[in-house]
Design a protein around this ligand. Structure first.
Ligand code: CO
Length: 162
């Protein structure tokens, strides 16, 4: 069964600051599996726990999406350690704000830290679109949606039913 997606820019669950995961349990592992299934079904490149109704610091990211190297990484308690001064604009959308797109300015090179499902700490360097995916998902844990940051939010014409 797929998880119910939280949607809407005034949805309180999407606006809360999510709490750190203190002890990783079987429930978190099951949640991650369901989040990955939901992300794949909805053709997303990332999903954060608040988007499925859980205000905890847990995200899944699909890195190198659309390439033969694409891979999915669950990240618990993700943190941004370092951010490049170089910023780039890129198009973003969100499964919680369906049908809308906008250009968001993000760092193109970041260093991050997170825990794996086993609880091990990892640091990682991310560039370009991978950095964008991570930063978008991290924002969800802080109650921030891309529409708060986008220069111009546009409604996708194809989705319009009028
Ligand atoms: Co999103």
């Amino acid at each position: 069964m797929n998880l119910q997606l939280q949607t809407g820019t005034s949805n309180q669950i999407l606006r809360n600051i999510s709490k750190p995961v203190k002890k990783i349990t079987k429930e978190h592992q099951e949640l991650v599996q369901k989040m990955i299934e939901t992300m794949e079904l909805e053709k997303g490149v990332g999903l954060a726990a608040p988007q499925v109704g859980k205000n905890i610091r847990l995200i899944v990211c699909k890195f190198e999406p659309g390439t033969e190297h694409e891979w999915i990484l669950p990240m618990i308690n993700p943190e941004l350690l370092k951010c490049s001064d170089t910023k780039v604009y890129g198009e973003e959308g969100c499964l919680s704000v369906p049908g809308f797109w906008g250009k968001v300015e993000r760092a193109d090179h970041i260093f991050v830290r997170f825990q794996s499902l086993e609880g091990t700490f990892h640091t990682m360097e991310l560039w370009d679109f991978n950095a964008r995916i991570f930063l978008h998902e991290l924002d969800h844990l802080n109650g921030i949606l891309f529409t708060d940051l986008a220069k111009d939010v546009k409604e996708a014409v194809a989705k319009r039913k009028k």
